[in-house]
Design a protein around this ligand. Structure first.
Ligand code: ZN
Length: 109
């Protein structure tokens, strides 16, 4: 029986979590191996791996788009100096990376 897109995504996320834990627990493997595993698992599950430039992704507000190094209060805390939007910096970075991927797929930029 074929997996639904939701089941495939959940399984891919589990695979990624396992690969991530494996990567950091062994520390013998490099980022190249991690990336290869990521691409392999995504392709195997019918997805694609799209690499986007990561620069400033944790400094851009997901609420108003304001970019400032001052938005990043600490390693973990994001607080926009323009609109006051707050979140975990890793989540902000993830949302901005996803948005860049969507923009690249839709507009090629
Ligand atoms: Zn903002």
């Amino acid at each position: 029986m074929k997996e639904s897109p939701s089941q495939a995504l959940q399984q891919t996320l589990k695979d990624l979590e396992r690969a991530y834990i494996n990567f950091f627990s062994k520390r013998a493997q490099g980022w190249g191996e991690f990336r290869w595993q990521l691409e392999y698992k995504m392709t195997w599950r019918g997805g694609i791996l799209l690499a986007v430039p990561p620069h400033s992704t944790s400094r851009i507000c997901t609420g108003c788009g304001h970019l400032s190094k001052d938005n990043r209060k600490t390693q973990a805390k994001f607080e926009c100096v323009e609109c006051g939007d707050e979140n975990h910096a890793d989540l902000v970075g993830s949302i901005n990376i996803l948005e860049r991927g969507h923009r690249f797929l839709a507009c090629g930029e």
